[in-house]
Design a protein around this ligand. Sequence first.
Ligand code: GLN
Length: 491
Amino acid sequence: MSDLTNLTIAAARDGLKTKSFSASELTEAHIAAVEKARALNAYVLETPDHARQRARESDARIASGDAGPLEGIPIGVKDLFCTKDVRTTACSKILGNFVPTYESTVTSQLWRDGAVMLGKTNNDEFAMGSSNETSALGAVISPWRRKGSNTPLVPGGSSGGSAAAVAARLCLAATGTDTGGSIRQPAAFTGIVGIKPTYGRCSRWGIVAFASSLDQAGPFTRTVRDNAILLRSMAGHDPKDTTSADLPVPDYEAAVGKSVKGMRIGIPKEYRIDGMPSEIEKLWEQGAAWLKNAGAEMVEISLPHTKYALPAYYIVAPAEASSNLARYDGVRYGLREQGRDIVGMYEATRAAGFGAEVRRRVMIGTYVLSAGYYDAYYLRAQKVRTLIKKDFEDVFAAGVDAILTPATPSAAFGVGEKGGADPIEMYLNDVFTVTVNMAGLPGISVPAGLSSEGLPLGLQLIGRPFDEATLFSLGAVIEQAAGTYPVEAWW
Ligand code: GLN
């Protein structure tokens, strides 16, 4: 493996500035790494020629002193972000070979700042899943393995390709989206950093919609500092997304290394769930001890509606998905299967184009929105959502600055090990993350240790609305105490 693929964004930025290497060299090293790692299936589309062209342009800007904040930084883009003239599939057959004529706002800001796209990364179909196994383009294999075992493991999902690519050093960073945990859970499973910003922080324009009131874009990186650097470019107000917040984007990097002395950190008692492995419990205590050593104060808090978050999420998210996915009708995008008449064409197209998990969500969503069941399910779930949000508001109003929880209830599992017989087994992965989407809050997952099997485990920090900066300060403390977790290459 080349040294250039081992760099952090911060180090690559310095190296490019001092001309220790060129953007083209940095990009070539990553193109070679991507080609060598095809067994992981992290990328569903490699764009090396595009990357080389962009890197040359970066070198020219560096030479003329016009470098942007991400100049020459090679990154992967989740295949949920529309990329102009570059195939975008959401890893669904129904989008076929869809080539957008426009660029998502978030990615356009990355290119504006000089980043170089290496390709599109794999994800669960329409971001529905927790293991990247629902992708129509095949599962992603995690770069991690259990100690002394060759069993292929999942990288988590839905942004599994992005997480695997960052952990395996197939890019310096990648974009993800998080509707119920799809950035934080794969970050935890692969030993890297991932933040889901506050709802409204990043524009959703040009991102394939799953559940519009929950979806948020965010970065995957190998360090907290890099995460802060990338989020600054991704975030910001966009008049094309009416839910995007018209607020200034702080210099998040300045928050990294800032003292956390005197901060009050909530430890929610409801997150101590039955059957949670003792190593997760220990990790959580360790995290609290690290923050305490840094001068923060731990306070026990209660978020009483936590236990309703998963059931409510699995009503709200499918309801919105069933509405968002109605547009895939064989007329406007991608795949079309012939039928006897137009209804037959819709039916044949949607039956052939959607995978099993997506079909399940569309059916559940349509059911909970139907006239006879709307009040019993959808309306009730919306009320529960309000209560979940209020739990957090009460805690923050009482002076808590952030909340510390485990990121996931376990380490990564094997490909095919979960969810085959019972989808709920898979849904339970998001027990610590969905509450944050339901409340619209920011949440970061930071690597904090290894399981007894040698797999990464993450801690989650949840913040006040639009206070991502505090999460970067606290995350940096955990990172410093825990260290980083580079994976050994076997591929
Ligand atoms: N695993 C959750 C789901 O399947 C969340 C996915 C996501 O955040 N996109 O819905």
